[in-house]
Design a protein. Structure first.
Lengths: 348, 328
């Protein structure tokens, strides 16, 4: 009897064991991929960029927090980060134009471990060491607007500064075929982007040897100084035929603060400026300037975020440089740009 | 009354009568003559100098610099320094502009802007006078603090769309001179009367000449230092509001670097950074020289990269000239 029972017990045990093994195999078959599927999925895993993450933090560093021009770029970057959905944007910079402060900020961002840095350099070479430290720490760096060309940055998102200046010079030369005296308003001497624009402008007017640059006045990025310089320059130069603004500093002030400028244009003088933000558009619209060489500050922000995302998420190396398109605003299309400005708040 | 010859001398010079004394001081007269000579030279080198438009532009810049410099004068006389004036100008301007741009009453907006300057001055004065921190450190801190508030307040944005009536105050002529110049004249006369005709003015000179002795003589030293810094903030905010009116907008970097220009104007005008010396007329003349130098950069088309050196050289020359004539 005992032996019969043991047989039955053994049979039950064997049956249970067999059942467990068979059910385990079935479960395994449900969860484990086939050899073919494993290979495909393994390939997919291998093809994903190793820097890809669920979310990213990008830091934008403008030249200074006190320059309203950069706020449009911030808006563009914000819009793109929102669109992508998994990008957090940090906007951090020095209170005033200060390369040393920017260098410190870069180091601090490296310490915090952001995923990418987009920087508008206050000086062409002073930030090379800090950029190098960031890149060596595995944080890619782009520049926008103002470049650090010899650094380890991957790309510069900007306009072709020389081409922009040259276009402005050519427009002025075409507007003044008889030649004459020309004045130039610039910002802080030595700023790379401004120097490139100036060099381009000089090349642009070279086609007309009767044009003479009588003064290049720096306003050191001070709007009040810019307004005073413009008014004083026009007053001091009765033979002035043309005036070029390397940037739109005076147009951040109320246009009525520059009656000499308005009269100059009304009397047949020619004025053009780089930049096409709202104040500059109003200047053309209200007779304080004839033409603008414009580009999208908003687009810099958009491109910066997208290119950094593409690099980190999809291992797409950006082109170097990434140039933004230039366009000319004059009386023939000013209404269109004014409308676009009103509809988008400058986000174009 | 302490035997304080220096304080008495400075105060007496500010208070004395007579034609030459009516001009403030004999040394101020020499500075005035030097400025007249400079204007003559500029007029000779540039036809545009004496044109109404150019003189109006120079006058406007002079008025803003000199207004802030009049406030700085009080601080320098008591032996301190106020590095926060540029930042105060910027914050006052942008807050005033913001209130008006949002539809607020312009009088209220201006009052708030000026109150901000007073508040900054009180803050500075309190920490210098009652806590005992050196003015350089305190105002260096408020320079950054106030500039940061200016940036954060509007997230770095400029403010425009201001009422026409307000903008007109910034440059419209009245009896041939821009309104800010009239305001400057009124402020300068007020400062001269205060320093030369009041006990508080005499106290300020005394504190700057010898703080210990003046305290022993019964001068409320801490209160006078507090007053000096408060007045500096007040004048800076007035200048900031008027710059905003002049430009018709407020930009977040307004006033950056202005503190150095203002201090230069005060020193060129004869005030001593050691304290105890300085007059309203001297400040007016120092501010005028600064404005003329800036105008000369444009009229004479000084090469771009040398302009800052040009400015610095003129300021150093003026300071050396002042030092030499005082030692004679």
């Amino acid at each position: 009897m005992q032996f019969k029972n043991m047989k039955r017990v053994n049979a039950v045990i064997a049956a249970l064991t067999l059942g467990m093994v068979l059910s385990g195999c079935a479960t395994a078959a449900e969860t484990e991929p086939s050899a073919e599927n494993t290979t495909t999925e393994a390939s997919s895993e291998a093809s994903k960029c190793e820097t890809a993450k669920d979310s990213y933090t990008f830091a934008f560093i403008p030249k200074a927090l006190n320059n309203p021009v950069f706020e449009i770029t911030r808006q563009g970057a914000d819009d793109k980060a929102t669109e992508l959905g998994n990008v957090t944007l940090e906007w951090v910079g020095p209170a005033t134009t200060d390369a040393a402060a920017q260098s410190q900020i870069i180091d601090d961002l490296v310490t915090r471990g952001v995923d990418g840095i987009v920087l508008s350099a206050n000086e062409a070479t002073a930030l090379d060491p800090a950029i190098g430290r960031a890149v060596d720490a595995g944080i890619p760096v782009f520049t926008w607007d103002s470049d650090a060309p010899e650094s380890k940055r991957l790309t510069n998102i900007a306009i072709d500064q020389e081409a922009a200046g040259k276009l402005a010079g050519e427009l002025l030369a075409a507007a003044l075929p008889e030649g004459g005296e020309v004045a130039v308003l610039t910002g802080t001497p030595g700023a790379l982007n401004l120097e490139q624009r100036l060099a381009g402008f000089e090349a642009g007017i070279a086609s007309n040897p009767d044009l003479e640059i009588i003064a290049v006045d720096p306003n050191f990025d001070d709007v009040q100084r810019a307004v005073e310089i413009v008014e004083q320059r026009i007053n001091a130069s009765p033979n002035l035929a043309g005036y070029h603004f390397v940037g739109m500093w005076p147009f951040f002030a109320d246009l009525a603060s520059m009656p000499n400028l308005q009269q100059f244009v009304a009397d047949g003088g020619y004025v053009n400026s780089l930049d096409s933000l709202e104040g500059a558009l109003n200047a053309v619209d209200q007779g304080y300037a004839n033409e603008l060489v414009g580009y999208s500050w908003w687009g810099f922000g958009q491109t910066g975020v997208q290119a950094m995302y593409d690099l980190l998420n999809d291992c797409v190396t950006p082109a170097d440089p990434i140039y933004t398109e230039l366009f000319v605003v004059d009386e023939s299309n000013i209404d269109e740009y004014i409308q676009r400005q009103e509809e988008t708040g400058g986000a174009f | 009354m302490p035997n304080n010859n220096l304080a008495n001398s400075s105060w007496n010079q500010a208070n004395s009568k007579g034609l030459l004394s009516a001009l403030g001081r004999f040394s101020d007269l020499r500075l005035l003559l030097a400025i007249v000579l400079a204007m003559a030279v500029l007029g000779f080198l540039s036809e545009a100098f004496f044109t109404p438009g150019n003189l109006s532009s120079v006058g406007l810049y002079w008025s803003f610099v000199a207004m802030a410099a009049l406030g700085q004068l009080f601080v320098v006389i008591v032996g301190g320094i106020d590095l926060s004036v540029g930042s105060t100008m910027g914050l006052s301007g942008i807050v005033t502009a913001s209130i008006m741009a949002d539809g607020g009453n312009p009088y209220f907006a201006v009052a708030v802007g000026i109150a901000i300057g007073v508040a900054v001055g009180l803050f500075n004065g309190f920490f210098v006078a009652y806590i005992g921190i050196t003015s350089f450190i305190v105002t260096l801190g408020t320079l950054q603090l106030v500039r940061g508030i200016t940036l954060g307040y509007k997230q770095g944005q400029a403010v425009s769309g201001l009422p026409e009536a307000f903008i007109k105050i910034g440059s419209t002529p009245f009896l041939g001179f821009p309104i800010p110049l009239w305001i400057l004249a009124g402020l300068a006369i007020t400062v001269w009367l205060f320093l030369s005709r009041t006990a508080q003015g005499r106290d300020i000179y005394a504190v700057g000449s010898n703080q210990l002795a003046s305290g022993l003589a019964g001068v409320p030293v801490k209160r006078r230092i507090l007053l000096a810094f408060t007045l500096s903030g007040l004048f800076a905010s007035i200048a900031g509001v008027l710059v905003t009116a002049r430009l018709g907008s407020a930009v977040p970097n307004a006033g950056v670097g202005m503190e150095l220009i203002v201090i230069a104007a005060v020193v060129i005008g004869g005030a001593s950074l050691a304290g105890g010396r300085g007059t309203a007329l001297g400040v007016l003349l120092g501010g005028l020289l600064i404005a003329l130098v800036n105008n000369a950069l444009v009229l004479l088309a000084v090469p771009t990269y040398w302009q800052q050196s040009f400015i610095g050289a003129v300021i150093l020359a003026a300071a050396m000239f002042d030092l030499i004539r005082r030692r004679k």
